[in-house]
Design a protein around this ligand. Structure first.
Ligand code: BG6
Length: 489
């Protein structure tokens, strides 16, 4: 899937939280892949910055281990790995008390290269790090700051974080990551919609019955106890990833792929989402929490057992969302996401309307609605379900057949991880795949009333057995409207 590689200008990449989980699993492997594709120019440097006391050599050993563990063995080129490791150094920095920023300044030196500060740390430290960078004179016109979600836990806290970062960096320097936007198939949504004349005329309420967006995971709490139990599925997945997917499906054609052209259109969608308030929440939303069950062929604990204490945090959400604008009036967007579900699958299902009149008699069988399935992961691809005649002399028998465009069969090569694309976009200064401040806040402005309605109505989580598709109320949510969840194969 790789196309021609264009080198980026030399840069200094400073990872706060350099010895943490994100750095180990995603950032260092992603940067290694970019090195091995010869995308870096000289002199590019990567500086780890964390509280742990570590020497350069120890950080290099940490990075090498991370790469050997998280990059496929066949993708490791020993020469490239050596060159990559040579780019690394380490500074002990304590963001809380400001220790280590002078040392960081010395490590960076007089370099006027692009400077990317990647904050792979808790959001509680974003403001302090930004201010320390400023007070130590580390921010050049060529600097960018990259922040990871969660950007707040509601509108108010998101505004506070945005204010803190925004008082030091200009919006054009702030890169808010939503890693879903870096996924190949998510970007492909732009290509599918706007590089084909076929779909756009049908992409509206006259032809589309409804849209489903499913992001199902089989994993449980993993080792994120502290964060996840205070967040829950609505904050963790819906406020960001799922709303971003919804925006890309629903937005008007932007005038170009330029960052603000795309983000302006997404923002309009977020602002058109109908608020779900107290009275609607029990009908339009479902909260679930997994109980003991089975996953990957073995027994697994329920959420509260994994957590070790009682909890009302939702690990599953289903929502019937509505967009109040001309294009989508009357077209529900059903969203569902959860942990410990029956399969790991993320997909968007666009279900078109019924044919207006059938010329076939009953013996032909059902005429199903056309469906377009955009599979984000795994088995990335696009399937268009159409009705065909079953071949043979048995008369007119209709059958639903997928036109199947699986990426693996059509594109050669490795599908790069989202972070590879996103970190290079940071260096290029391209913000198209990053969230603008007003987008993040508009997303919270829609999720906040749901959180409030849940609290006000005492809407408790409904249990579901691990390894299933969530609580039965989620099936009822869509079936009440005479529709069913698309069954992924
Ligand atoms: C993260 C969430 O943003 O996305 C996790 O915090 C979730 O809870 C993850 O597991 C899913 O990402 P992916 O790329 O594995 O679908």
């Amino acid at each position: 899937m790789t196309s021609q590689i264009i080198k980026v200008d030399p840069f200094d990449f400073i990872i706060f939280g350099g010895t943490g989980d994100l750095s180990e699993r995603k950032l260092l492997p992603a940067l290694y892949y970019r090195q091995s594709d010869h995308q870096f120019s000289e002199p590019t440097r990567i500086i780890g910055a964390s509280r742990s006391r570590m020497s350069d050599e120890e950080f290099k050993a940490f990075a090498e281990k991370a790469i050997r563990e998280h990059v496929k063995a066949e993708d490791i080129d020993e020469d490239e790995l050596r060159q990559f490791i040579n780019r690394l150094s380490y500074v002990t920095v304590d963001a809380k008390n400001g220790d280590g920023f002078e040392e960081l300044k010395q490590a960076i030196g007089e370099s006027q290269c692009i400077r990317a500060f990647y904050l792979a740390v808790t959001p509680a430290l974003f403001g302090e790090i930004a201010h320390n960078l400023q007070s130590h004179g580390l921010i050049t016109p060529n600097s960018r700051i990259v922040v990871e979600k969660p950007i707040g836990r509601d509108l108010q806290s998101a505004k506070k974080l945005n204010d803190e970062i925004g008082s030091v960096f200009g919006e054009h320097q702030i890169f808010r990551i939503d890693h879903y936007l870096g996924k190949e198939t998510v970007q492909n949504l732009l290509a599918l919609r706007f590089a084909n004349a076929l779909y756009e005329p049908l992409w509206n309420s006259a032809h589309i019955d409804h849209v489903q967006i499913t992001v199902a995971e089989t994993v449980g709490l993993e080792d994120r106890v502290t964060y996840y139990d205070t967040a829950g599925a609505l904050r963790d997945m819906v406020q960001n990833h799922m709303l971003q997917l919804l925006c890309l499906v629903a937005m008007e054609p932007p005038s170009s792929t330029e960052a603000n052209a795309v983000r302006d259109e997404k923002l309009k969608v977020l602002r058109s989402l109908k608020r779900i308030n107290g009275a609607e929440a029990p009908k339009q939303t479902v909260r679930g929490q997994y109980k003991a069950g089975a996953s990957a062929g073995g027994p697994v604990n329920g959420y509260v057992e994994e957590l070790g204490k009682p909890s009302d945090t939702e690990t599953f959400v289903a929502i019937k969302a509505e967009i109040e604008n001309w294009r989508w009036s009357g077209v529900p967007f059903y969203l569902r996401t959860g942990k410990r579900l029956a399969a790991r699958v993320s997909e968007i299902c666009i279900e078109f309307k019924h044919i207006p009149h059938s010329i076939f008699d009953e013996s032909a069988g059902n005429v199903y609605c056309n469906k377009l399935i955009i599979r984000l992961q795994p088995d990335e691809g696009v399937k268009q379900f159409i009705m065909m005649k079953d071949p043979g002399p048995g008369g007119m028998r209709l059958r639903q057949i997928p036109l199947d465009m699986t990426f693996a069969q059509n594109f050669k090569g490795r599908a790069p991880d989202a972070y590879e694309r996103l970190v290079m976009d940071v260096i290029r200064g391209s913000q198209t795949l990053f969230m603008r401040r007003d987008e993040v806040e508009a997303a919270w402005a829609w999720t906040d009333p749901i959180l409030k309605a849940w609290a006000d109505n005492g809407l408790e989580v409904q249990g579901y057995t691990a390894g299933t598709w969530g609580p039965s109320a989620s099936i009822a949510l869509i079936e009440r409207d005479g529709r069913t969840w698309h069954e992924s194969d």
